[in-house]
Design a protein around this ligand. Sequence first.
Ligand SMILES: [Zn+2]
Length: 284
Amino acid sequence: MLRTSSFCRVLLSLLSVIVATPATAAEPVNEVRLYALDCGRAEFKDMGFFSDTGEYDGKPGGVAVPCFLIRHPKGALLWDTGLGDKLAESKDGVELAGGIRLRVPVTFAEQLKALGLTPADVTHVAFSHFHFDHTGNANLLGTSIWIINNAELAWAMRTPPPFGVDPTTFSAYTNVRTQMIDADHDVFGDGSVRILKAPGHTPGHQVLEIKLRKSGVVILSGDLYHTRDNRKYRRIPAINFERADTLASIDRIEKIVTNTKARLVVQHDMVDFRALPKFPAYLN
Ligand SMILES: [Zn+2]
């Protein structure tokens, strides 16, 4: 009798653990956290198009392609979605025309698992712009609210697609919940995570400002700059949509950086990417 009842107690307590702990549950966060995920690499035989004044002509180089997850008590925002997990299937990467090689050593989905999350836990997704190296995993996020800049979408949907845009990577946008924006946007309504309009690289280009408890203000550059040198010397890529708009956006964002004592992260710069906590570590 005694043995049976203690067996029952053990069984009941096991059952309660199973019921209370779904397999993929992640603890909700009580603060804003910024995670930098590795969403690929790009190598170039000729970095020439990263400046329209000739400094990189004929010189090889490479850039990081991160995605950023911002966890907030009210949800989780993915900022940019990288090159796309499909590329991980080719171990040596994929060679594009013009001497460009793309690699995805570790998938986005695999990295999310380290936090006990799946794409379904990402409540919001937003894009600095619609170049393919920022939209690669967009279609994995079918249950998220997509925050889309109207001018960017109108430009990216032109026929034929503009250089650097692959509409198949974000084709799910017609079937998801969208929040269309034209200007700055406060993602969670408390001022802690704000999309800031910064056109020029593309018509609807934008950057992300995050206010963190310990680390202060962090601004993710999108492609306002591709390298630290481009920031330092105000070099403008030859592929930018509008040079004058880019300079005006640089003027605005640099004033915000100064006024908020922000840390500006040049997303594609390998040094800036490596300076961030190595995932799954985070800034808070
Ligand atoms: Zn770009």
